[in-house]
Design a protein around this ligand. Structure first.
Ligand code: HEC
Length: 218
């Protein structure tokens, strides 16, 4: 076949494929399935980073769908997602919520962990500065989340053991453990729920935010 004829044949085939394609446009569920298949075949398990990280839970998929639709999440669905996430919060044993703010600062600073080259079971960072201002001495921080500078002070925590401090202490623990318990489509990672931080690490971060001695509250 001459070169020119070949071009014409190819162009005709392409046009036919396009027309066929357009007449059977996949619907949104089919597109979701296709996207999942492409994502799954583009990644593979390596070390502790497994392909199952792509599996969305109810909150992930409902919030993504609302985002695509450009609409807020249905209020009933939002409430049920928040209730389910709240029920999954692990509260600290013996009501001991507060650790050491110096350790908390290190954890808040660190964005390390969970990659294929990190040994399974090694401790991860909290990555909090990626989205929040926290201590005044750290001048490099993200602004997706609100500033947490003076977090405890602004909420009236002058004594960690005073009964009036209990509610804000509990809320802060719950928020760090599972942010979606309070806001279904929160963009904040679910540090405790997702197994990024353990109970002791969350206690240290709690101290960073709430201890009157922490530089956050000076
Ligand atoms: C990917 C960005 C992101 C990261 C990382 C992140 N947060 Fe957040 N955080 C947010 C956003 C956005 C909000 C506000 C919306 C909401 O309440 O969910 C928020 C809200 C909060 C609140 C509630 C503030 C209030 O006044 O009620 C606390 C407390 C908090 N974050 C602490 C932390 C801590 C501690 C870490 C690290 C373990 C952290 N965040 C990591 C994005 C993030």
């Amino acid at each position: 076949m001459k070169k020119q004829t070949l071009y014409i044949v190819c162009a005709a085939a392409l046009a036919a494929a396009l027309v066929a394609g357009c007449s059977s446009m996949p619907d949104s569920a089919e597109l979701d399935q296709l996207t999942t298949r492409i994502a799954q075949s583009s990644f593979r398990d390596q070390g502790q980073a497994k392909v199952d990280r792509l599996v969305q839970d109810e909150a992930n998929s409902a919030c993504s769908a609302a985002d695509v639709a450009g609409k807020p999440l249905d209020e009933k669905v939002a409430k049920s997602i928040e209730a389910a996430n709240f029920a999954s919060i692990q509260w600290p044993a013996g009501g001991q919520y507060i650790g050491d703010w110096k350790e908390g600062e290190k954890i808040a600073q660190s964005g390390r962990g969970k990659t294929w080259s990190d040994p399974a079971g090694s401790e991860n960072g909290g990555n909090c500065y990626n989205c929040h201002q926290i201590s005044k001495t750290e001048i490099s921080y993200g602004t997706l989340g609100p500033s947490l500078y003076n977090y405890g002070k602004m909420r009236g925590v002058s004594n960690l053991y005073a009964p009036e401090s209990a509610a804000i202490i509990q809320y802060t623990w719950g928020k760090i453990w599972n942010a979606k318990a309070y806001s279904a489509c929160s963009q904040m990672p679910r540090a405790g729920h997702a197994g990024v931080l353990n109970e002791q690490q969350v206690k240290h971060i709690m101290a960073l935010l709430l201890d009157p001695k922490s530089p956050v509250n000076q």
